[in-house]
Design a protein around this ligand. Structure first.
Ligand code: SF4
Length: 365
């Protein structure tokens, strides 16, 4: 008689092989398959990492792209996103300040570029920018690019109004980040002041303006496996070029303060699921990796091809030299400024979009 545990294990082994084959062709892995990755057991974890690692190596080799956040305006946001230390009513102990000047922002950026950062993310708290804020960011982009023209600059300023994405593109921004964060169904549970559809509309507007869309998720907020897969599928419809995966930093003084539900193993399964959902798209390990992946962080490099260097918006990351040592020890290399991140077909689409020659999209996402 067959042991039912062995039969289940063999069933997942076959399913994982099929998922891997689909992802290696850059085809769409189905919803139930993505759910099976999230629901797999700790015993299967190394097999899942090895399988997703093959997909990562096929499209991104052993390169790791480093990104650096410059927090241009911190705290005092009128929105109420439950995970955010800068939200309305937050009593989290964070620095609060209004816009830093373009030269100061550029000097932070240049230190990060010297330390290996390929993309600088200019972030400001708030529902969305006023037109004068867009001009401050335009000046900052000019100050950064005057001495580092090859660096990618991504703006992350909240919900965009008509014409603002175009102005950012004209000012030399390469990308725009706006995360969907969680599934449409779960969205009202984490925020009441704007809707999931508002966020999706801003990502679409950025893309139509020729900015490279960057949009991802936050996990560890009490969402179900279905919510995580559904936000991945909603992201896939928006066809982002980069997908940051954040692990909740449960700030005291926010509604999710003290909420710890992730384990390192769960975090790795989530990253593997995003790799299978986005085989040839930049998947980035974002906030919270140190506290949730802990000593298993190097395994995450086999899944994601990109990560933030150093500190996050309102919390400290591990020192940059530790990140660089971890990358080297795990056998990976830091991606150079001139090296394209994405595989050639996707890279060509980004260039075409940036030149405003159309928004043709690949068939497989
Ligand atoms: S809009 Fe941005 S800064 Fe404001 S509460 Fe939400 S996540 Fe935080």
């Amino acid at each position: 008689m067959h042991d039912p545990t062995d039969m289940a294990a063999n069933g997942f082994e076959h399913q994982l092989a099929a998922i891997t084959a689909t992802a290696l062709r850059a085809d769409c892995v189905e919803r139930d398959e993505l759910l099976a990755v999230l629901a797999s057991s700790d015993e299967d974890l190394l097999d899942v990492i090895a399988a997703a690692g093959r997909v990562r190596r096929k499209f991104f080799g052993r390169r790791v792209k480093l990104n650096y956040l410059v927090n241009m305006k911190s705290g005092m946001c009128p929105e109420d996103c439950g995970y955010c230390s800068q939200r309305l009513g937050s009593s989290a102990e964070i620095l609060k300040y209004s816009w830093i000047n373009p030269d100061d922002a550029a000097s932070h950026a240049h230190c990060a570029i010297d330390a290996g950062a390929k993309r600088i993310c200019l972030v400001a708290a708030g529902r969305g920018p006023a037109d004068r804020d867009i001009e401050r960011v335009a000046d900052t982009i000019a100050a950064i690019k005057s001495s580092a023209p090859a660096v990618e600059v991504c703006a992350c300023l909240g919900l965009l109004k008509q014409g603002q994405a175009e102005r950012l593109r004209e000012a030399g921004a390469d990308a725009y980040n706006h995360n969907l964060n969680t599934s449409a169904e779960n969205y009202a549970r984490i925020c009441s002041t704007h809707a999931f559809t508002d966020r999706a509309a801003t990502v679409a507007a950025a893309k139509s303006a020729g900015l490279s869309p960057c949009s991802g998720a936050i996990v560890g907020m009490g969402e179900s496996y279905e919510d995580i897969v559904d936000v991945a599928l909603a992201l896939r419809e928006l066809q982002p070029d980069s997908v940051p995966v954040n692990f909740l930093i449960p700030f005291e003084g926010t509604p999710l303060g003290g909420h710890w539900e992730l384990t390192p193993q769960r975090g790795l399964r989530i990253l593997a699921m995003f790799r299978f959902a986005f085989p040839d798209v930049e998947v980035r390990i974002a906030g919270g990796r140190e506290i949730h992946l802990r000593t298993l962080q190097p395994l995450a490099l086999h899944l994601a091809n990109s990560m933030f260097l150093g500190d996050y918006l309102t919390s400290q990351g591990q020192p940059g030299q530790d990140d660089r040592a971890m990358i080297a020890d795990a056998g990976f290399v830091i991606e150079g400024l001139e090296e394209p991140t994405l595989p050639v077909e996707r890279h060509d689409l980004v260039i075409t979009r940036q030149r405003g020659a159309g928004t043709t999209t690949p068939a497989n996402t």
